[in-house]
Each structure stands twice: as C-alpha cells, then as structure tokens.
Design a protein around this ligand. Structure first.
Ligand code: UD1
Length: 386
C-alpha cells in the first residue's frame, strides 16, 4: 500500500456524474470542517454537465462549484474514459495531492483512479466492493477495476468486504463506514419539495426512473418496458422524471408510453430536493438505479427493481426492494401486493444513519497522520548518524 503524505498536497475529491454528487456533498463538508487536514480540492470531470443533471443538483446538495471542471461531456465509454484520463493527468502533476478520493462506479471514477494509481498517488474509493456479478454492466467493470487500484476501500454494507477479499484485496485496506448517499438523503428530507407541475391524485402514484443501457438502449427492450409501465398505469397514476439517456432513446426510436386508466406524467430530470420529495410521496418506486434502491430502503418505500440483478443485495435482504426484472407477471403481482397490503416491510441497514462522512473522515485523518509519522520517522532515521 502506498504511504500517504500529510502536508504534502491537497485531498483531491473527484465527481463526474449525478449519483457522485450525493455521495461527495456530505464528505466534502466533513473534510472541509476539519482544520487539521490538508486543503480539499473539488474536481468535476464534466461527465454530467447540463443544468438539470449538474447545476440544480449541486445547488440542492449545497455543493460548492468545483474548483476544477474538466468539461469532458458525453462520448462512448472509451472516449469518455480516455478524455477524463488525459485531462486529469496534468491536474495531478500540478497539485501533487496526498490522496485522490473517488466515489461510486461511473466512468470518471475509474478514469481518475487509474491515472492516480500509475502516478503512485494513493486512491480512496468510497462505495467499494458492490458487485452485480454482471460484466455486461459498464459500472461493474468500473467497480472491479477501481477496487483493484484503490489503497483505501470504504464500504457501505458488510457483504462488500467478502466480495473484495475474494478478489484478493487485502483486509487491512477495507473499512466498513456506511452509506454517504443516506447522509445526503437525511440532510435533504427537511428541505425536500414536490415539483409544482404534479397533477393531484387521491390514490397516490408510482414513481418511475429508468436509465440503464440494458433497459433503454435497445428498441425492443425499451418498448417492452414501456408496455409494463402502461400496465402499471391501469392501477395507479405514474410520475416519471426522464433521464437524458432515456429521453434521447425515446426520440431516436420514435417510441412513447401509452397510459391506460390513470395519467402518466413525464417530467424532465429532477433536482435532488424534488426527487427526494417524490420518493417520499410515492406509494411505490419502479427503478433501475442503484441509488434509488438505497434511498427507498432508507425511507421505507416499496421499490421494484427493473433489473435481473442488483449490486446492492442488502436492499433486498433487509430493505423494501424486490428484484422483478422485466417479468410482467412478477412485476404486476408485486405492484398488486403493494396496493392491497402495503408491500414488503424492511429495516434500515447498519450504518445507514447519516454519519458515514464522519466515519470516513475519522479514518482518513488517522491514516494520513500515520503516514506522516511514518515519513517523519524514516526521515529521522536517515538523518541520524549510525
Ligand atoms: C452515467 C453512469 C451511470 C449512472 C448515471 C446516472 C457511467 C458508465 N454511467 O450514466 O452509472 O447511473 O450516469 O445518471 O458512467 N446527457 C445529457 N446531459 C448530461 C449528461 C448526459 O443530456 O448532463 C446525455 C447525453 O446524451 C449522453 C447520455 O445522457 O450521451 C448518457 O450520459 P453518460 O454520462 O454517458 O451516461 P449515463 O447514462 O448518464
């Protein structure tokens, strides 16, 4: 494991895409609240850049504007990853950070970890060890590789440690700290506000979020998913904030969703405060997002995951999540059970308590200090005549 270098350079916090922002906001605040740590620099790769995907979410999370914006934007996986790497390298050369902190599993997470690791700069990965065991998911490749590169691996659930140990990660690098996503969630709940353009509904509504390539990039699969949502609208009104990837594909394929007995309200991508309000108000949530599976478990709202697998099994084992994939019978039977009986009851997992940032900063500061002490002792030993 590489040695940290306290006092030698800033802590460089990296974000790229929307789900990174929720994880970094509480951590950045906790790091900057300490006066015994190196300065903290926030870098945004620019993977998500438009007002709805970035600016509104930054504002809702009270995230300050990034100190550095690489403005990479969209592209194929190879192009996006490579562009982040090319732009990130000179930043590392200039700043010489003591540690690069990455979160989650997006292309920016892997790209920045890879550049830092090859420059011998320690990498801390927050949300390490989650596995869907599905390499067709681009995020799974990002997770596995980032965890191999990282020096410090902070996990959100205990199963993650087993996954990492099986991949040969040394136990002393793994630290169970809880879930930063839930720090942000609990912070936002008192400020959450429903969007104004929501039609009133006595029966409540089902909230839909979909953006995984496996659901929305293939025309037939997307059409099948739209049919399922149409069927759910026979039972409940639907509210569906549309992710730009999904919006683009609906347009490209010339597809649209047909409502049945109840309206389907399509909204543009929402800010964080309005999303949290929608999650709390929903009778159920249909999603393929990882973060939404966690948020619904923490809020006790029934969640149907429209995927064959999840890298967050704790939300199924302990929380309110049910994996339904795109199996029509199963999906509708779970929807009907929620309408009739309230659905699956869950509990909030260990350390999903709003204090994950505190635990990470506590650990990181002692790790940095231990490295500095080690370095000082080495320097002393070298300077002492034998
Ligand atoms: C990315 C992450 C995914 C995460 C998701 C959350 C990877 C591999 N994927 O997927 O893990 O769950 O973010 O949103 O890193 N676009 C805009 N505005 C933006 C950004 C993107 O309109 O601000 C459009 C572009 O047309 C782009 C498409 O959305 O091509 C997809 O963006 P991209 O960053 O490639 O992946 P996401 O699907 O957002």
């Amino acid at each position: 494991m590489k040695e940290p270098m306290l006092g030698m350079g800033p802590l460089l916090c990296v974000v790229g895409a929307r789900p990174n922002f929720m994880k970094m906001a509480p951590l950045l605040r906790a790091l900057r609240a300490r006066d015994d740590l190196p300065p903290v620099v926030l870098l945004h790769t620019g993977q998500h850049y438009d007002a709805r995907m970035k600016d509104q979410v930054f504002e809702d999370l009270r995230l300050p504007e990034p100190d550095i914006d690489l403005q990479i934007g969209s592209g194929s996986h190879a192009v996006q990853t490579a562009e982040v790497m090319k732009a990130f390298e000179p930043v590392l050369d200039r700043l010489q950070p003591s540690c690069v902190i990455v979160v989650g599993d997006v292309n920016s997470t892997l790209a920045c970890s890879l550049v830092a690791a090859k420059k011998n700069i320690p990498v801390a990965h927050v949300e390490a060890g989650l596995r869907s065991f599905d390499r067709a998911m681009p995020e799974e490749i990002n997770r596995v590789l980032t965890d191999q590169l990282a020096d410090l691996l902070y996990t959100t659930e205990r199963d993650a440690e087993g996954n990492l140990l099986r991949e040969g990660v040394a136990a002393e690098r793994i630290h169970f700290v809880g879930n930063l996503m839930i720090d942000s969630l609990f912070d936002a709940v008192p400020r959450a506000k429903l969007p104004e353009d929501l039609p009133p509904s006595k029966s409540g509504f089902a909230l839909v979020t979909l953006h995984r390539p496996s659901n929305v990039d293939d025309r037939d699969q997307l059409r099948h998913v739209l049919d399922l949502i149409g069927e759910v609208s026979e039972r409940l009104p639907i509210v569906w904030p549309i992710h730009p990837r999904t919006a683009g594909n609906l347009q490209r394929f010339g597809l649209h969703v047909e409502s049945r007995a109840n309206p389907i309200t399509m909204l543009p991508a929402q800010g964080y405060l309005s999303m949290v309000a929608l999650l709390r108000a929903a009778r159920m949530v249909l999603t393929d997002s990882g973060g939404v599976q966690e948020e619904t478990t923490a809020l006790g709202v029934p969640c149907l995951t429209v995927r064959a697998n999840t890298e967050r099994p704790i939300t199924v084992e302990q929380g309110t999540n049910t994996l339904v994939g795109t199996d029509r019978e199963l999906l509708l039977s779970v929807v009907d059970d929620i309408i009739a009986n309230g659905g699956k009851q869950g509990r909030v997992p260990e350390y999903w308590d709003g204090r994950a940032a505190e635990r990470i900063v506590g650990h990181l500061s002692s790790w940095l200090r231990a490295g500095a002490v080690g370095a000082t002792q080495e320097a002393l030993a070298a300077a002492t005549p034998s």
